[in-house]
Design a protein around this ligand. Structure first.
Ligand SMILES: [Zn+2]
Length: 313
């Protein structure tokens, strides 16, 4: 029985890698650049080279290593088939787990969507430790999601399980989401969504005195202004919370999680964001789901490598 596992988290600019004990202790982490030019053909060979080098450096035998898990920015089904990964310039449908396993001389490999995998990491050793039913929503440039049911990651039949960012929360929205639909949660509750709401609010109230109309703003500026008591920023936060609370209340009616974890860059703004989400969640949630606990993610950018390692354990 092996004692170690590799966790790999592939992003558009860099690949994060970690060596873990089977108990979930991070032994070492490092990263390599993502070479996505040339149709992304070098990405998996680069990863395999880096993993094998570390294995040799640490003097690990084949028996010492349980396997490697990999999280990818695209829909990945439970067999390891990825359909498309725009950021990696991967256009084809292929089995990424089999491909990487070959490059790793037959090492066991499991693959998953990066947001799903991050949720698995948080449920394993992060803020969801000890919980079997967990929903995690990652609020970054976009909105990602992961659903853990009875300890297992939900990938779905085409790998789109947990795609919380693209549930429709406003059918009347006319602006187009990155996915091509209209009214997706991502358009309101991602970092870019918050700035979009802010710009609309400023345009609608040009004469209002606010901390927000001096320059170009980020989502973090909005939360800082909320803490400083700015009325316009508070209205933006209320809209953010309305859509996210509404979306998560509906998810809760399907999954009935013990815990909902809020992660991603937006969650780094601190506890100031939480009441806007939880108050709206309570408003819309089914009575048996109203007391669902909310916490912020604790693994930060490492959630992906932790969850990836857990995939093979
Ligand atoms: Zn969308």
């Amino acid at each position: 029985m092996g004692k170690y596992a590799f966790g790999i988290d592939v992003g558009g600019t860099s690949v994060k890698l970690g060596l873990f004990t089977v108990e979930g202790e991070l032994v070492e982490k490092w990263s390599i650049p993502t070479r996505s030019d040339n149709g992304g053909k070098d990405i998996l060979p680069d990863i395999a080279k880096s993993v094998l080098k570390k294995k040799e450096e640490k003097n690990l035998s084949d028996e010492d290593v349980v396997g490697a898990g990999i999280g990818l920015p695209g829909p990945v089904d439970s067999d390891g088939v990825i359909r498309k990964a725009v950021n990696l310039h991967w256009e084809n449908t292929f089995n990424v787990a089999d491909e990487l396993s070959k490059l790793l001389n037959g090492m066991k490999v499991k693959a998953g969507n990066d947001a799903n995998v991050a949720a698995l990491g948080e449920a394993w050793v992060g803020s969801g430790k000890g919980c079997k039913d967990v929903v995690m929503v990652t609020l970054g440039t976009g909105v990602g999601g992961g659903i853990i049911v009875d300890g297992n990651m939900l990938s779905g039949s085409t790998g789109a399980g947990g795609e919380i960012g693209h549930i429709c929360v406003d059918p009347s929205e006319t602006a187009v989401c990155n996915c091509g639909n209209h009214g997706c949660l991502e358009q309101f509750s991602s970092a870019t969504g918050i700035v979009r709401l802010l710009e609309k609010e400023i345009a609608a109230n040009p004469d209002e005195h606010t901390l927000m109309n001096e320059k170009k703003h980020t989502a973090k500026d909005v939360w800082d202004a909320v803490e400083a008591g700015d009325a316009l920023a508070k209205r933006v936060a209320e809209q953010f919370g309305y859509y996210l609370g509404f979306g998560l209340a509906n998810i809760a009616s399907v999954v009935n999680p013990e815990l909902i974890i809020i992660g991603g860059g937006v969650s780094m703004s601190g506890d100031v964001i939480m009441p806007f989400i939880t108050e709206n969640f309570k408003k819309f949630a089914f009575h048996a789901c109203k007391d669902t606990k909310f916490v912020r993610a604790v693994l930060g950018n490492d959630g992906g490598i932790f969850g990836a390692a857990k995939l093979v354990l």
